[in-house]
Design a binder for this molecule. Structure first.
Ligand code: TRH
Length: 454
């Protein structure tokens, strides 16, 4: 923005754009801060005006509305690993994207380095290191006192920031530079997420304001993690080369299925359907919990690198891949079984049919979440297709006869492929999660009224 000729009388900062340099020169006589929510594009607009008698409006357009900010801020992301790989999976993916795509200075605090090493083997088991553009710190007790507080702080999944750090944040606030404090929540397709996304609460002891940021599938939520080049990379993959790299020889004419799930008693009926399937099924299983279920059902001790065949089913036990290579697996396969949160999202970007094993919660809360997602995904779809998909996902998650519902769903394969492709194309229209966080960190995202923690 050229502030040399004239001070602007109006500034429109669209959702993803950086704070233009000239804005510091504006001393608004009149300040109007409004949020317009264009649901189709998912943008938000803030308007600031100065002076009323000679309003002139300049519109500064950037070519790509999703273009990230170039303003570098320091970020601290805190991650406690509850179990499995989803907590660190999401935080690590976000950290890398903020650093590499948005040129932010990112420090990731994680309490369990081994989980991170599992999905990103370049990481070392050491207290402090630099990897993939991110500074990684082992979050151990006691937490170091007098650590420099970042400008933007992400608390992964309400993990509670360590007290010494909180005190430093409070000191920053007293010095007139309060950091932006964001709690990144778990993903849910439930309707209430739209209302709670962006709500803030004031921390009683320090007076610091925290924003609750909810990922989601609609423009009124925080969106989903999606790297800028994700879909173009997906579309240019050399599947044969990838299969060669993981030492898999695809059975000709077979349906390639990746299987990532928690231990699941319904594996028995699924494997039986696959053995007797009219279409050959070639199943790729990254080392993990579901391999235990497979071994129990088959009475085998399949290990990484081993192959098994019976009837029309071939199984390859493949290594647990790096997070980046796991995407390639999803893009290569025809149908993906996924679980938790991060692999579930990645399967959607693959644009291929997928079956979700949702992370089990007390009192069947996860089934409400799963149905909320199915309602969104199946909106406008035919009754037969909807019933069959609903049944397959329920059977798989409720440990019932998944084999039968699989066979029925396979009759709908072409429709299923179109539905997942269209779903991906719709989702991609929305700003991605990292872009939205950057906007929030830069002060451009909407603030909702202060509330108690939702
Ligand atoms: O591992 P998950 O089940 O993770 C979680 C956690 O249980 C968490 O506590 C819970 O809150 C959350 O689910 C809902 O599933 P998820 O989320 O799919 O994470 C798996 C990660 O592992 C993901 O980032 C992809 C990665 N991965 C690889 O890097 N290589 C692989 O071979 C596979 C199969 C996955």
């Amino acid at each position: 923005m050229d502030s040399g000729e004239l001070y602007p009388t109006a500034l429109i900062a669209c959702f993803n754009c950086a704070k233009p340099q000239g804005i510091d020169l504006i001393d608004p006589l009149f300040h109007f801060d409004s949020t317009l929510d264009n649901t189709s594009a998912g943008y938000f607009t803030h308007i600031m005006m100065r002076g009323l008698n000679s309003i002139s409006i300049h519109l500064y357009l950037r070519a790509d509305p999703f273009m990230p900010t170039t303003e570098t801020k320091s970020w601290d992301i805190f991650c406690r690993v509850i179990d499995n790989y989803g907590d660190i999976g999401v935080c690590w993916r976000l950290a890398r994207q903020l650093a590499n795509e948005h040129h932010q200075q990112v420090r990731l605090w994680v309490d369990d380095l081994n989980s991170l090493i599992r999905i990103w083997p370049d990481v070392q088991n050491t207290g402090q290191q630099q990897c993939a553009g991110v500074e990684i710190r082992h979050w151990a007790e006691p937490f170091p006192a007098k650590i420099n507080v970042a400008q933007v702080i992400i608390e992964g999944f309400a993990c509670d920031i360590p007290d010494p750090y909180l005190q430093e944040m409070a000191a920053q606030k007293c010095a007139g530079q309060p950091p932006v404090w964001i709690n990144l929540e778990y993903l849910s397709a439930e309707k209430w997420v739209e209302d709670c996304h962006g709500m803030t609460s004031v921390h009683p002891a320090t007076g610091l304001r925290k924003t609750f940021f909810f990922p989601g599938f609609t423009p009124k939520t925080g969106g989903l993690l999606r790297e800028r080049d994700l879909l173009s990379n997906r579309d240019s993959i050399d599947k044969h080369l990838f299969l060669e790299q993981i030492e898999v020889q695809q059975k000709s004419g077979s349906l390639l299925v990746s299987l990532f799930a928690y231990e699941n008693p319904a594996t028995a009926s699924l494997l039986s359907a696959w053995i007797n399937s009219p279409t050959p099924i070639h199943c790729l299983v990254p080392n993990g919990k579901i391999l235990t279920s497979i071994n129990q059902v088959l009475g085998t001790e399949l290990e990484t690198g081993q192959h098994w065949q019976q009837g029309n089913l071939s199984i390859d036990a493949i290594p647990f891949l790096t997070q980046a290579d796991y995407d390639l697996l999803l893009w290569t396969c025809d149908i993906n079984f996924v679980r938790g949160e991060d692999s579930f999202i990645r399967a959607q970007w693959a644009g291929k049919p997928f079956v979700w094993h949702i992370y089990p919660q007390d009192e069947q809360a996860h089934m409400i979440k799963m149905d909320a997602f199915l309602s969104l995904f199946l909106a406008g779809k035919g009754a037969e297709f909807s019933d069959k998909l609903h049944r397959l996902w329920h059977n798989w998650n409720e440990f019932e006869n998944t084999g039968e519902s699989w066979e029925k769903m396979l009759e709908q394969l072409p429709e299923w492929q179109v539905a997942t492709g269209d779903w991906c194309q719709d989702l991609v229209q929305q700003p991605d999660l990292a872009c939205q966080l950057v906007a929030l960190g830069a002060g451009y995202a909407p603030q909702k009224t202060t509330t108690e923690k939702p």
